[in-house]
Design a binder for this molecule. Structure first.
Ligand code: UDP
Length: 327
């Protein structure tokens, strides 16, 4: 049976790849996107597919959400404020999108008893420094005066709401916590490090490494992230729980910048920039982020296929095309 899947935020980086993958296997896909950080350019190559419908609109619009959830079999809720820079620039809007918008999606899923996949983030682990992080580890968030933590807090609240709905057995909910997903179509415009460093290397500009560059991340290729979401959405037994979705190679941002230079062959220099020069003076970064993906593997058999060099190479190839088109 052809499934109809609603993807909120489907014109974004992750959503566009997921839509492509669902269409390829024969599902019908409805995309709802307000084109704030997403863009129809990410999905216009899919417009000729009659199984795709694109609705330009917001998850805040209860009538639209209700109509779409009512007509689809499964809901993948990706629409959210994304990117540290975007959240710092738009704090109130980001909180409301993440909390009120998600509540509206959850209410519609409850009304129509439709299963839901909710995208969350490794940001919820906050200031944790041990590795690897397990789903039941504490969320160590900073002070409310430090705006960055509003994102983690709003996504943690989304998780609480979603689990509460699941617990009341209104409908099945599965939650994925993404760890620094990267790949083609990710825009450098909202602060994400890899497309920014790659653009700088390709344009022979200094690579901007914030702080001392010793903070680490574990990047995930978009194709692996899509595979993980697909495995989770196909398996209703996975519902009612939270899963880390991430890669395997922990790397400092300084080492990442060096790797970008090697792969691009760029002669750019690396420039350390204090956080205070980029963000407000009370900015706090996450020192370390490494996922334990054992639970995801145990439930779905998932194991990531793409290493960091492939992630960087794919982003380089994509950014070369975009830069030559002036984007
Ligand atoms: N970062 C950097 N240079 C940049 C952009 C980001 O050094 O031009 C750092 C940022 O401070 C963080 C890491 O790279 O320590 C990952 O940043 P990103 O915004 O991509 O993701 P997140 O902070 O959400 O993990």
């Amino acid at each position: 049976m052809t499934q109809r899947i609603l993807i909120t935020g489907g014109a974004g980086f992750i959503g566009s790849h997921l839509a492509e993958s669902f269409l390829q296997r024969g599902d019908a896909v409805y995309i709802l996107d307000n084109e704030s950080t997403g863009t129809r350019r990410n999905i216009e190559h899919l417009f000729s597919n009659r199984q795709l419908r694109f609705i330009s609109g917001s998850i805040m619009d209860e009538a639209v959400i209700s109509r779409l959830v009512g007509t689809c079999h499964y809901v993948v809720h990706l629409a959210a404020a994304v990117g540290v820079q975007y959240i710092l620039d738009n704090p109130l809007e980001s909180i409301l999108t993440n909390v009120v918008g998600t509540e509206r999606v959850l209410n519609a899923c409850r009304d129509f008893e439709k299963p839901l996949f909710l995208a969350s983030t490794s940001e919820v682990y906050g200031l944790q420094t041990h590795a690897p992080l397990k789903e039941n580890d504490y969320c160590v968030l900073g002070a409310t005066s430090v705006s960055r933590w509003s994102y983690a807090c709003s996504k943690a609240l989304d998780e609480f709401m979603a689990l509460a709905y699941h617990q009341k057995q209104s409908f099945p909910v599965t939650i994925g916590r993404f760890f620094n997903t990267v790949g083609p179509r990710q825009s450098p415009a909202y602060g994400m490090v890899l497309p920014r460093l790659v653009d700088q290397a390709l344009q022979n500009q200094p690579l901007t490494v914030y702080g001392d560059g010793q903070q680490t991340r574990t990047f995930t290729h978009i194709h692996d992230a899509v595979q993980a979401i697909t495995l989770l959405t196909d398996n209703l037994q996975a519902a009612g729980d939270v899963y880390n979705i991430g890669g395997t190679e922990e790397i400092s941002i300084m080492a990442l910048a060096q790797r970008v230079l090697e792969i691009t062959g760029s002669s750019s220099k690396i420039k350390l920039i204090p956080y205070s020069e980029v963000f407000s003076k009370n900015f706090e970064d996450m020192p370390r982020r490494v996922p334990d993906t054992g639970k995801l593997r145990a439930v779905t058999g998932f194991s990531p296929q793409c290493d960091l060099n492939k992630m960087i190479a794919d982003v380089v190839a994509d950014r070369k095309i975009k830069l030559s088109a002036g984007r």
